[in-house]
Design a protein around this ligand. Structure first.
Ligand code: MD6
Ligand code: FE
Length: 220
C-alpha cells in the first residue's frame, strides 16, 4: 500500500509538448488544501454560474486571488470582486502559490506567479464541456490544475474542437500543467460518476491557477 503511494508520486505522463500530468504531486498537502478551500468558500460560497447563453453550469465555482473568473449573461471574464458580496475575492493562500509554482517549474515553466485560482466543485452528474482557457491576458503563462477528492475522467483534445479526444483519469492529488504549445488545447471533464472519498465525501474539487492579468494592466 505504502509502496503504491510512492509509486503514484513518480508518474509523469507527457500528454503533449508543454503538457504534463504529475500523478500524486499534491498528495502530501491535500488535507491542507481542502482546509483552505473550506475557509475560502466560507467567505465566497460555491455557486452555479450562468453561461452567456443562459444555462446553469453543473459545476459549482468560487475563486481566490487578485482576480476571479465569472460567467453571466454578459459573458466570461475576470473580475476583482465576488459579485455575490461585492467584496474582493479571498486572498490566495501562500501554500497555493507555492504548489502552483513548484508544479509549473517541474513542467519547465519557472517563475509562474498566478494571480487567479478558480475553484471548481463537482458533484456526481456534473461535467465541464470541451473548452479552451482563453479569458486570460497572458497566454505566455501556463495553467496549473490540482485534483482533489473523487476521481474524474479528463478529456484532452487538440488545437481544434473536433480533434480526437484522449481520456485520462485524474485522481486525488494529481496535478496537470500545460502551457507553451499546449496552452490553447481543448479539454473538459466527463460526467462525474458517484463515488465516495474519505476527505471529500461525494465531491471532487479542482483548483486551476492562472495568470489572468497582465502585470502592466492591473484590474480596475
Ligand atoms: C477540472 N479543469 O479539472 C477542469 N482548465 O475540473 C479545467 O478546465 C482546466 O484542469 C485549464 C487548465 C487545466 C484544467
Ligand atoms: Fe479549463
Amino acid at each position: 500500500m505504502t509502496a503504491d503511494l510512492f509509486a503514484a508520486d513518480r508518474h509523469r505522463i507527457a500528454l503533449d509538448p508543454g503538457a504534463w500530468l504529475f500523478g500524486g504531486f499534491a498528495l502530501d498537502r491535500a488535507g491542507e488544501l481542502l482546509d483552505a478551500i473550506a475557509a475560502i468558500s466560507a467567505a465566497a460560497p460555491f455557486r452555479h454560474l450562468e453561461t452567456p447563453g443562459g444555462r446553469r453550469m453543473s459545476v459549482a465555482m468560487t475563486n481566490c486571488g487578485t482576480a476571479g473568473w465569472v460567467s453571466d449573461r454578459g459573458g466570461y471574464r475576470y473580475g476583482p470582486r465576488d459579485p455575490l458580496s461585492g467584496d474582493p475575492w479571498p486572498a490566495m493562500p501562500p501554500q497555493f502559490h507555492v504548489l502552483a509554482a513548484e508544479a509549473a517549474e517541474s513542467a519547465g515553466f519557472p517563475g509562474f506567479a498566478p494571480d487567479a485560482c478558480l475553484i471548481n466543485r463537482y458533484a456526481p452528474g456534473s461535467r465541464l464541456t470541451l473548452h479552451q482557457d482563453r479569458d486570460e491576458a497572458m497566454f505566455e503563462a501556463p495553467i496549473v490544475s490540482v485534483s482533489l477528492g473523487i476521481s474524474a475522467t479528463f478529456l484532452w483534445g487538440g488545437q481544434a474542437r473536433g480533434d480526437r479526444l484522449r481520456r485520462h483519469t485524474l485522481h486525488h492529488g494529481d496535478v496537470l500543467v500545460w502551457g507553451g504549445p499546449a496552452r490553447m488545447t481543448f479539454h473538459g471533464i466527463d460526467t462525474l460518476a458517484a463515488d465516495d472519498h474519505p476527505l471529500t465525501g461525494a465531491f471532487r474539487f479542482n483548483l486551476t491557477f492562472r495568470r489572468a492579468l497582465h502585470p502592466a494592466a492591473p484590474l480596475r
